[in-house]
Design a protein around this ligand. Structure first.
Ligand code: GUN
Ligand code: ZN
Length: 466
């Protein structure tokens, strides 16, 4: 049965680069989204122009609400569901050792892990996160619970168990042998990759190979993962990890990684060049289904290599503020041509809502020094949280905007549920110039939106139950 949804539509049409997104911004105040019986976009346009063949469709009138593409979170940690706002850690490496490894070890208990999977899906639906790259638990039973619950709720996911073969004492319960690291990862791929439909092109469930970061594995693990990944690339398996997050001189993640491996750049460890002097030791893990979180402190050569291989960055400014990781240089990163998307990095970040990440992206990049500082256009923010995420997950052809034929993932925003948002939208200052007024409205919407404003969430045209 076809459906029609009325509301003020915003989306980034077509397939622009992020810098082209202002020109691709579509705003339809009296909009209609028409879905065919298979949950795909049949029409996106003005309410007065709905094709007559849909006259019998079921109408959902969300006015004066807004319709946005579903939010895509390209970096979020399932085993940190209860670890947001962990105090007592400090910056990255100390926080991991003191707060996060103990928190993630609790997922050894299957009952605890199953409860966390339900909570994690609740939080995703509340935040309108229709698709996510989810950094998984070390424990296979916890990953089984996550995939099972995600499928039951009708959400999209790419996830894989977090692989660790070395670490401090507090990481003990999360570590496996080298052989088990590969065996368990392969078993997860075989069990869950496209398990819902049997076809990666239609599936909601996907698996990734997820070494926690270079410091959690060894040259042997990286060599074996390269072989494994090469053997499953043609099945559409993903790769996900962290890169260049904390650059505290000498003792931070970047310096410790470079000195531990003896490599010239951090990225080399994921690019097959993990032997001393960045000599080649195995296959590269980079590619168009690879998403690297943070990438705050990259060299130009690292950015160029990511762009060349189609690797995407998950930009996580909420987390970078919380962990004191610094600010990704926006202009230099965009100029490299690498694809950018947005990640909450919950619990490194303490927000579940992608628009909160977009708001902090605006604030940190306008605060960059001198000529590096930039006032991001609201269309660039919307791109980052929707179409850029779909591109990072290599599923831009399936969702991320309201182009005809795509699967209908969308969020209904009802400002009346959030008085401050409602007031800003109805009473905020607007330019007499229509295009600037449009941009001002989108900006107020993205920055003022809260979980309370999310009235309904749809994936493939199916309404998800909170
Ligand atoms: N680097 C390695 N593990 C983690 C993690 O759990 N969170 C963040 N933010 N960075 C990491
Ligand atoms: Zn992370």
């Amino acid at each position: 049965m076809s459906q029609i949804h009325y509301g003020h539509i915003f989306h980034i049409a077509g397939s622009p680069a992020i810098s082209e997104s202002p020109g691709a911004l579509v705003s339809i105040p009296d909009g209609a989204l028409v879905l065919d019986g298979r949950g795909r976009i049949a029409f996106c346009g003005s309410r007065t122009d709905i094709p007559s063949e849909y006259a019998a469709a079921v109408v959902h009138d969300h006015r004066p609400g807004y319709l946005l593409p579903g939010f895509v979170d390209t970096h979020i940690h399932f085993p940190q569901t209860y670890a947001g706002d962990s105090y007592g850690g400090g910056q990255l490496l100390e926080w991991l050792t003191q707060c996060i490894f103990p928190a993630e070890s609790r997922f050894a208990d299957p009952v605890f892990a199953a409860a966390a999977a339900a909570e994690f899906c609740d939080r995703r639906i509340a935040a309108g996160t229709t698709a996510a790259m989810v950094f998984g638990s070390a424990f296979p039973h916890a990953q089984d619970a996550l995939f099972t619950e995600t499928q039951r709720r009708g959400l999209r996911i790419v996830s894989g168990r977090g692989i660790q073969t070395v670490g401090p004492d507090s990481a003990g319960p999360l570590l496996t042998s080298e052989d088990d690291a590969i065996r368990l990862t392969r078993a997860e791929i075989d069990r869950w990759h496209a398990a819902d439909t049997g076809d990666v092109d239609t599936a909601l469930l996907h698996v990734a190979v997820v070494p926690r970061f270079a410091l959690s594995v060894t040259t042997e693990t990286l060599k074996n993962l390269g072989d494994l990944y090469d053997s499953v690339r043609d099945r559409g398996v993903y790769m996900h990890t962290h890169l260049n997050e904390n650059n505290r001189p000498g003792t931070g993640e970047v310096d410790v990684t470079k000195s531990t491996y003896g490599v010239q750049s951090y990225l080399d460890t994921y690019d097959g060049r993990f032997l001393p002097g960045s000599a080649v030791g195995g296959a590269s893990l980079l590619g168009r289904r690879t998403v690297l979180a943070h990438a705050v402190h990259c060299t130009d050569a690292e950015l160029a290599r990511m762009a060349e291989t189609g690797t995407s960055i998950s930009h996580c400014p909420v987390s970078q503020l919380f962990l004191g990781s610094g600010t990704m240089p926006w202009r230099r990163t965009v100029a490299s041509g690498v694809n950018l998307s947005a990640g909450t990095d919950f619990g490194g970040g303490d927000e579940w809502l992608i628009p909160r990440v977009l708001g902090d992206a605006f604030k940190v990049h306008i605060s960059e020094d001198g000529d590096a500082g930039t006032s991001l256009h609201p269309a660039e923010l919307l791109f980052l949280g929707t179409l850029g995420g779909a591109r990072a997950l290599d599923m831009e052809h399936r969702f991320g905007n309201f182009d005809a034929g795509k699967e209908a993932d969308f969020v209904v925003v009802d400002p009346a549920r959030t008085p401050a948002l409602s007031a800003a939208l109805t009473t905020g200052i607007r330019s007499a110039e229509p295009q600037l007024a449009r941009d001002q409205t989108l900006f107020a919407l993205l920055l003022g939106l809260r979980e309370s404003s999310v009235a309904a969430v749809y994936v493939q045209g199916r309404h998800l139950n909170p």
